[in-house]
Structure formats: structure tokens, C-alpha cells
Design a protein around this ligand. Structure first.
Ligand code: FES
Ligand SMILES: [Fe+2]
Length: 441
């Protein structure tokens, strides 16, 4: 049906523009779920979300309800949240602890944490002579085809074939290295709650915004200006405003030309990195105390290397946006062609002093949470974009800013000098999209 209506999906995407149906056609969305989200490595969660045996967390991969669960052997697995008896979801709660085993709430089939069948009520009398029993894999909970983790971040792929997690991540793994290396103990720990935002727009609109370095000084200008006014008043009165004001005022003080000084790096599989940093290495006592702890853990040279990593944002296509220097992560869960759930998480640097966590929390609340004006500004744009794209007012989405000026280096596309606001990251994401959507199956 889809193939009849849309004979050649690659015609939807040109190097500098994309047809609007890519964002609005429900059939395209269904195909995206099959060919992208249910095939590639999708971020499930952090190992510290399930610290004890039996702990589970629900996660959506494409259209599939899944469970991330820790077993008694301490291994974290990912299972379909579906009872093999009559299809009931095994866990209705978003997260919890299953105890010694999973027990289905419908007819009490029980399962080990790896999904294997443990018991069926009256198994002998009920199933003797049938083809069902402990040895039939159809009676166990189906696991994700592949599960791997990198530095505590768990990914699953529902496809048997494809690159390994490390091959898939490629250079984008720096997101996790940068986040964990900034911890004196070399690892992070999840703050066990997150904001969930339901966006009334296609999932790609959110991702395309993440490395859109032109938009902050426009979309967030009013918020940035208001914060800057207050920041100046406080500075006048007390000499120094708290760093949290800078997190907001930067949206006004970092103007378009300054964003152009940053750079984007565009990698295979649609992953992209925005280099540049909002100047969060001040010389205040909290930062100096943290740097002293880091030096004790790593020595001076390595500490400088770690704190000198110049990354603002890493986008791991098609579902993750990481701001590693501030320990923030946003996971994208597409729910429908015009409905997208984002989970907004933040992390603690293990071994770092409390004020460094407070800084991450401030950024989380002030910039990424649904209660801030920054996030609200973006959400309104996303909704308006989707409305406009659903109209007959035009057929194409334009990604031509600095088109033709990207520099190719070792299989990666770098934006040219002083072109940080290039739309190269959007072009790179769409290039990956076409590859996934038209790949031979
Ligand atoms: S549906 Fe799970 S035991 Fe019947
Ligand atoms: Fe924004």
C-alpha cells in the first residue's frame, strides 16, 4: 500500500531539501518504526536505573513496549513486556521491583528475570500432551535480539543483524566518555526521576533542533534578555550573579555570529557533534574544589585533557541528544506521526562535590525542563512547524544554509570555518534517514 503510494522514498529527500510528507505521512511513520527505530541500537536507560536484582524499567523501542531488567546474575537484559500466554503486559508500572521473578497478573504464569518460563499453574494437568511446556521457547518472554552497554548506558537492538553498538556509535561515543570522565570515579549515576514531555510534532523536528545553532539567539532571545537584565542588576548590587543566570542569559549574549564560531562534525549513521562550550569553567570556589578532586583522581595532565574537551552537544541518531559537560540526556520516543515523547534525564558525577551536581540540576531545571521558558519556546516552534508542514502552503523543508561548503575528512563532514550555524547536521540526519529507509531488507 505504502509502496504504491510512495514508489521511491529517496525522491523525498534531496541533498538540500526534504518533502513535507517525511514528517506528516502516517505510512512513512510506520515504515520508519520498522526500518529505523526497530532496527538500530536504541538507548534503553542507565544501569543505575535498575540497581538491584528484579528491578525493571519500562522503555519504548519503536512501537514495542520493552522492559529493562536486572537479573540475579547482575546482568541487565531487555525483554518484550509481553506475557507469552495471552499477551498481557508483564509489568504495568513504569518501574519497580518484580521480586524473585515476574508473575503475570492475568493467569499467574511466572518467569525468571531473563524471561525464561519458571512455572505455569497446574502445568502437568493443564499442558500434558500439548506442545507447550518449560522447554518450548514460545512459553518464555521474548528478549531483544541484542543488548549491549557502553560505560553504563544500555542499548538494545531488535534486529539480529547490523553493526555492534561500538561500531554504530562511532565517534559519538565521546558523549558517554566525556560525561563519565568528568566524574572523579569515572562513572555517573542516574538521578532516578525524569521529566516526560509529550510533543505534538514529528520526532525528527525535535532532533533537527538539537544542533540548530542558529535558533537559540532567535527563539530564546526574549528569555535570555530577561535573565540578562536580572543578572546585571544582581551584579551591580552584589558584584557577582550566580552561574545559573548565565545559563539563561547566554541565550541572549551568545549572538548568532558567536554561534557561527562553533563547529559541527557530522558522522555516519546521522550522528552529529556541536563543538563549543558555554564557558562553564569559571574560577569560582566550587569549580576549583571540584578540579582539585579531579586532579587527585587523575593527575594534572589527564584532568586538563578531560576538562578541556570542547563539546556542547552530541546527537546520536535517531533517538538521543546528550549534553555531556552538564550531564544531561534527552531520549526521543516516537509515539505517532505527530506525537513524540521525550524523556529528560540528568546524572550525578560519582565522587564530585555536591555543588557540581547542583549546577547540573540548575541547568536541567532552567533550560531543559518543561517548567522553563527555554523548553516552552522550543515546544511552541515544534508544534507550529508540524502544523505548517501539515498544510498545503508548500511541499519542501529547506536545509540549504551553508550547503555545498562542508569539508569532508575521513568519512566525516565538518562545517567550514565560521559556519557553525550551518544546516549540515539536518542534512546529515536526512542522509542517514534515506539510507535506513531504502536499504535492502
Ligand atoms: S496472559 Fe499472562 S498468564 Fe495469562
Ligand atoms: Fe532551543
Amino acid at each position: 500500500m505504502l509502496q504504491e503510494r510512495i514508489p521511491d522514498l529517496s525522491k523525498f529527500v534531496e541533498p538540500d531539501r526534504v518533502r513535507r510528507e517525511v514528517y506528516t505521512d502516517p505510512d512513512v511513520f510506520e515504515l520508519e518504526m520498522q526500518r529505523i527505530h526497530e532496527s538500530v541500537w536504541v538507548y534503553c536507560g542507565h544501569e543505575s536505573q535498575v540497581p538491584k536484582p528484579g528491578d525493571y524499567y519500562q522503555v519504548q523501542i519503536g512501537r514495542q513496549p520493552m522492559l529493562m531488567v536486572r537479573g540475579k546474575d547482575n546482568r541487565v537484559r531487555v525483554l518484550y513486556n509481553r506475557c507469552p500466554h495471552r499477551g498481557n503486559m508483564l509489568c504495568g508500572d513504569l518501574h519497580g521491583n518484580s521480586g524473585e521473578f515476574f508473575r503475570c497478573s492475568y493467569h499467574a504464569w511466572t518467569f525468571h528475570h531473563d524471561g525464561k518460563l519458571r512455572s505455569i499453574p497446574m502445568m502437568e494437568s493443564g499442558y500434558q500432551g500439548t506442545r507447550y511446556g518449560r522447554d518450548n521457547p514460545e512459553c518464555s518472554v521474548k528478549p531483544a535480539a541484542r543488548v549491549e552497554s557502553y560505560r553504563g548506558f544500555v542499548f538494545a537492538s531488535l534486529a539480529n543483524k547490523g553493526p555492534s553498538l561500538l561500531e554504530f556509535l562511532g565517534a559519538s561515543r565521546v558523549a558517554f566518555d566525556d560525561m563519565c570522565d568528568r566524574a572523579p570515579e569515572g562513572e555517573v549515576e542516574i538521578v532516578p526521576t525524569c521529566f516526560r514531555v509529550l510533543q505534538h510534532s514529528n520526532w525528527k523536528i525535535f532532533l533537527e533542533n538539537q544542533l540548530d545553532a542558529l535558533h537559540p539567539s532567535v527563539t530564546h532571545q526574549s528569555t535570555g534578555r530577561a535573565a540578562h537584565e536580572v543578572e546585571k542588576l544582581i551584579e551591580k548590587k552584589s558584584g557577582k550573579a550566580p552561574l545559573s543566570y548565565h545559563m539563561l542569559s547566554a541565550f541572549a549574549t551568545v549572538t548568532i555570529d558567536k554561534w557561527d564560531a562553533f563547529q559541527t562534525l557530522n558522522y555516519p549513521h546521522g550522528h552529529c557533534i556541536l563543538t563549543g562550550y558555554m564557558g562553564l569553567r569559571p574560577k569560582d570556589p566550587d569549580t576549583l574544589a571540584y578540579e582539585a578532586v579531579m586532579e587527585k583522581a587523575y593527575g594534572r595532565k589527564r584532568t586538563e585533557e578531560i576538562l578541556g574537551v570542547n563539546i556542547h552537544h552530541v546527537l546520536i541518531y535517531p533517538g538521543l541528544s546528550v549534553q555531556s559537560p552538564l550531564q544531561q540526556l534527552r531520549a526521543v520516543r516516537p509515539l505517532g506521526v505527530d506525537r513524540t515523547l521525550t524523556e529528560i534525564w540528568h546524572f550525578r558525577l560519582k565522587g564530585a562535590p555536591e555543588p557540581i551536581y547542583r549546577r547540573s540540576l540548575a541547568y536541567y531545571n532552567l533550560v531543559n525542563s518543561p517548567s522553563t521558558m527555554i523548553n516552552a519556546d522550543d515546544l511552541e516552534n515544534f508544534w507550529k512547524c508540524h502544523q505548517g508542514l501539515a498544510s498545503d502552503g508548500g511541499d519542501w523543508v529547506n536545509f540549504a544554509r551553508h550547503f555545498g561548503r562542508d569539508i569532508e575528512k575521513d568519512g566525516m563532514l565538518e562545517t567550514g570555518p565560521n559556519m557553525g550555524t550551518s544546516e549540515a547536521p539536518m542534512r546529515n540526519q536526512m542522509k542517514a534517514w534515506v539510507q535506513y529507509m531504502t536499504a535492502e531488507k
